[in-house]
Write a protein that binds this ligand. Structure first.
Ligand code: ADP
Length: 432
């Protein structure tokens, strides 16, 4: 509407100016022609011709002025009443160069007039003038046409805008949001549809993951519970010799411990998942943290007769202490769990060009190439039966992966089955 209004106003102004100029040109031509006829007539038959000139068009004014500016004849006023015309521009020009012209308001008639003056053979000046509409009048004359046009155009624009909007919006309202890419719409909407499709797929993937996770959790919880309940039932029925009771109790205890670890891991993971980590980030010395973790792991280390060493240098990492602890702990614990009796674990902590790094190498059973990608999945174990024996829940590396995601860290695996594994965690530099 605004564009239309501005356009119409501009059009109106330009139209008025063009019309005014065209009228002026036509008028000039007409007046000049008329002046020429009268001039020729006066030159031939003398000034008396003017007195006889009765057929002058309405609106045309003829004046004869002598070389000192006195009005000798005027078709619309009494000559005696008229002031000296010697100073009028067209008269001055005609006296000097033969012809003269000017456009101005006439004092006598009160309208805008075009004057054209010619020097006659007898030395007097003949002036012919015609009145015309000034610019404002011309504009006023055009107004009804432009006004009508404006109303029409606005009505048309309104109708067009409504129709166009409806046409554009209808397919959007009819979109099949479940399958965005199956809609055939105008191409401008394709990026939106692609984004929607991506989001749908992501949502579906998350929902599938949740379903799978719940199914896995139930299964993982049920297995130790079934064992516990089975052992307890046998004991309850008095089917265990007193000498075997410690063995059974030990099994029940082990299964219960497993359950506790599993539940703890699930809680950690779901906390990371919900992104409800409210803990503050702080500067953590990774070297110090790793040494402390390794000392916490010493019972397992000595149980398996493993040689474990930590080398490197103090390095600051900006992160959540508790989560960094869980990440390093899980990787170190795996290096012990999946190691052979009397094996070795070397941990290096330090700063690299890319940022702080923790590297854990072991001389354990290794991970076959095809499993290396998948070990970060929840409940994924390379060797399910053995992993259970070793006390794994299948969640340790998922926690590492989520923690890395939270810190913008990269985790890499390098492993040769039968020889050993190296897992590295590279944290971003500075406060990111
Ligand atoms: P788990 O609790 O079973 O150890 P993780 O998520 O920590 O679960 O690890 C997933 C699987 O990756 C393990 O079951 C194991 O098969 C394999 N794995 C992890 N770390 C090592 C390692 N250092 N050496 C060999 N295999 C490993």
């Amino acid at each position: 509407m605004l564009i239309l209004a501005v356009t119409l106003l501009l059009f109106y102004a330009i139209m008025s100016v063009i019309l005014y100029n065209r009228n002026l040109e036509l008028l000039k031509r007409e007046v000049k022609q008329e002046a020429e006829y009268i001039c020729t007539a006066v030159n031939i038959s003398g000034s008396g011709y003017l007195e006889k000139l009765s057929q002058v068009d309405e609106g045309t004014r003829v004046t004869q002025i002598d070389d000192s500016g006195n009005v000798l004849y005027d078709s619309s006023s009494e000559e005696e009443d008229m002031e000296n015309h010697g100073a009028r521009q067209e008269v001055k020009e005609a006296l000097a160069s033969g012809t003269g012209e000017s456009v101005r308001m006439s004092n006598t008639l009160g309208r805008e007039l075009y004057y054209y003056a010619v020097l006659l053979d007898n030395g007097t000046v003949l002036r012919v003038a015609k009145s015309m509409d000034n610019l404002a009048m011309t504009a006023l004359n055009v107004l009804p046409v432009i006004g009508g046009l404006a109303v029409l155009m606005i009505a048309f624009a309104l109708f067009l805008a409504k129709w166009q909007t409806k046409k554009l919006i209808r397919p959007i309202n009819e979109l099949d949001l479940e399958h965005p890419l199956e809609n055939t719409l105008y191409e401008e909407l394709t990026p939106l549809l692609v984004a929607m499709d991506k989001q749908n797929k992501e949502k579906e993937a998350v929902s599938n993951m949740r379903k799978e996770f719940s199914a896995n959790v139930s299964h993982e919880l049920k297995t130790p519970l079934t064992s516990i309940s089975g052992y307890a039932e046998i004991m309850k029925n008095g089917m265990v010799r007193p000498a075997d009771i410690p063995v059974f109790s030990e099994r029940i205890y082990k299964e219960a411990r497993r359950l506790i670890t599993l539940v703890e891991d699930i809680i950690k993971l779901s906390k990371l998942d919900e992104e409800s980590v409210e803990l503050e980030k702080e500067e953590v010395d990774l070297y110090e943290l790793t040494r402390e973790i390794v000392s916490r792991l010493s019972p397992q280390v000595s149980q398996k007769h493993i040689r474990m060493e930590v080398t490197g240098e103090p390095v600051e990492c900006y992160g959540i202490r508790q989560i960094l602890d869980e990440m390093v702990y899980n990787v170190c614990e795996n290096a012990i769990k999946y190691n052979n009796e009397g094996g070795r674990v070397s941990v290096w902590v330090g700063n690299t060009l890319e940022g702080p790094k923790v590297s854990v190498s072991d001389t354990g059973i290794g991970i076959p190439k095809e499993h290396q990608e998948r070990i970060f999945e929840r409940f994924y174990r390379v060797d399910k039966s053995h992993s259970k024996e070793r006390g794994g829940t299948g969640l340790g590396l998922s926690i590492v992966k989520h923690g890395a995601l939270l810190h913008g860290a990269k985790v890499s695996v390098d492993s040769v089955p039968g020889k050993g594994t190296r897992i590295e965690m590279l944290f971003p530099k500075g406060k990111k």
